[in-house]
Design a protein around this ligand. Structure first.
Ligand SMILES: Cc1ncc(C[n+]2csc(CCOP(=O)(O)OP(=O)(O)O)c2C)c(N)n1
Length: 441
């Protein structure tokens, strides 16, 4: 009986070994006869049974080198002159689609220029430009379905623009006027649109990452053929929330695309002070996530990678990690002066020699889809459209101050009511300081 029990134990062990042993039957038979002949057990054939990892035993003490995962290649479709490198990777987009990409990328650029200047002139309180990262926005946005939910960080205005957010609403948000969907409660660039499935930006870094994991889990449970995309910078990836989001989405098998814009800096912190491993893509395997690094200045590479990640995320219910390598050409925000921590030559290189807009323009010019005349008239027209929206936003009234108190509770609570009355008493008492005619009634 006793022999039977130990035999049975060994049998269970053999069955486990049989599944993974390369020598298959021979290994199994060796063990079988070893037991029968009462020979000493060969410990080198033992397999770890720990539930937390699938691995082999080794008898040499060796730490894993961090560079085991390093030098992850950068996927690209176009070279800097806009030539397709490998025709099998050409997304073969129509002329109309490519022109739309170009017009959205340049319109974003023009809007940035005007809103940045308007902050410099004291007309709005704050602004963040997207210079140099236009390819990451448009390439990824174009590869999604409009029903896919977007969680942004703050430097993804092009995604919202691609989805059809009008210039008037961009301006209304930055001016915090009465047309702002957020009712003037947020600082500039904190856009959001329920209609366009774009979740409102919030300033604390990386909070969007676990939220996106939760949303993707909900989407999966609804079985709606939808995905979620979550944008973040390489700086935000250092936050604890990034770990929580990555791990939850992998273990809960969520249809989520993590899209990291690695633009070289988190305000004044360069990547070589931000992390020691091979960027953000190298972290994917640690979470059991499929990962890729792409050239973020190549709009087609971003498009291809996001499209495939989106397709598989939905079909297979699993998260993907895309690290788009790019460069933040502008200052971090209007509160930053980047000349304090990087050279003009460095910025000029990306601005003049490796820019996503000029690369796409080369591609269009080679095909005869875009001429100097087209460029001149489009620049003129887009600037005019942006200026008109800007002027309308500036003339518009500010939101009614009563809106400060609404939308937190369904019904106004007594303490909020008291605060509201006290505000209006104060405003009446010092009315010479409050230009109420500029506010919506
Ligand atoms: C929790 C938290 N810590 C710090 C900040 C201040 N902060 C705002 S943006 C930023 C840098 C983020 O860099 P990155 O994620 O690389 O994005 P990028 O601005 O380069 O697009 C920091 C530190 C913040 N908003 N929230």
């Amino acid at each position: 009986m006793c022999a039977f029990v130990s035999y049975k134990k060994m049998w269970n062990r053999f069955s486990g070994a049989r599944k993974t042993c390369l020598t298959g039957t021979n290994c199994f038979l060796d063990l079988f006869f070893a037991v029968h002949r009462q020979q000493p057990f060969d410990s080198s054939l033992e397999k770890p049974q720990f539930p937390g990892a699938s691995a082999e035993f080794v008898d040499q003490l060796e730490f894993i080198q961090p560079n085991v995962i390093s030098g992850i290649p950068v996927y690209r479709v176009m070279d800097r002159q806009g030539n397709i490198i490998n025709p099998s990777q050409d997304p073969q987009l129509s002329k109309e689609t490519v022109l739309n990409f170009y017009q959205k990328m340049t319109l974003l650029n023009t809007m940035d220029r005007i809103l940045y200047e308007s902050q410099r002139q004291g007309r709005i309180s704050f602004y963040m430009t997207n210079y140099g990262e236009e390819g990451t926005h448009i390439g990824s946005a174009a590869a999604l379905d409009p029903s896919d939910m977007v969680f942004g960080q703050y430097r993804e205005a092009g995604v919202l623009m691609y989805r059809g957010f009008p210039l008037d609403l961009f301006m209304a948000q930055c001016y915090a006027n009465a047309d702002d969907l957020g009712k003037g409660r947020q600082m500039p660039v904190h856009y959001g649109s329920r209609d366009l499935n774009f979740v409102t930006i919030s300033s604390p870094l990386a909070t969007q990452i676990p939220q996106a994991a939760g949303a993707a889990y909900a989407v999966k449970r609804e079985n709606m053929n939808r995905a979620v995309i979550c944008y973040f910078g390489e700086g935000a990836a250092s936050e604890g929330d990034a770990h929580a989001g990555f791990n939850f989405s992998a273990t809960l098998e969520c249809p989520l695309i993590f899209f990291c814009r690695n633009n070289g800096y988190a305000i004044s912190t360069p990547t070589n002070e931000q992390y020691r491993g091979d960027g953000i893509a190298a972290r994917g395997p640690g979470y059991g996530m499929l990962s890729i690094r792409v050239d973020g200045n190549d709009v087609f590479a971003v498009y291809n990678a996001t499209k495939e990640a989106r397709r598989r995320a939905v079909a297979e219910n699993q998260p993907f990690l895309i690290e788009a390598m790019t460069y933040r050409i502008g200052h971090h925000s209007t509160s930053d002066d980047s000349s304090a921590y990087r050279s003009v030559d460095e910025v000029n290189y990306w601005d003049k020699q490796d820019h996503p807009i000029s690369r796409l323009r080369h591609y269009m010019t080679t095909r005869g889809w875009w001429s100097e005349d087209d460029e001149r008239s489009w620049r003129k027209q887009s600037r005019k459209t942006v200026m008109e929206a800007f002027e309308r936003a500036e003339r518009r009234l500010k939101p009614n101050p009563d809106l400060l108190f609404t939308d937190v509770y369904q019904e106004m609570t007594p303490n909020l009511d008291k605060q509201r009355e006290s505000l209006w008493r104060h405003v009446q008492q010092y009315k010479e300081h409050y230009p109420l005619d500029l506010y919506d009634k």
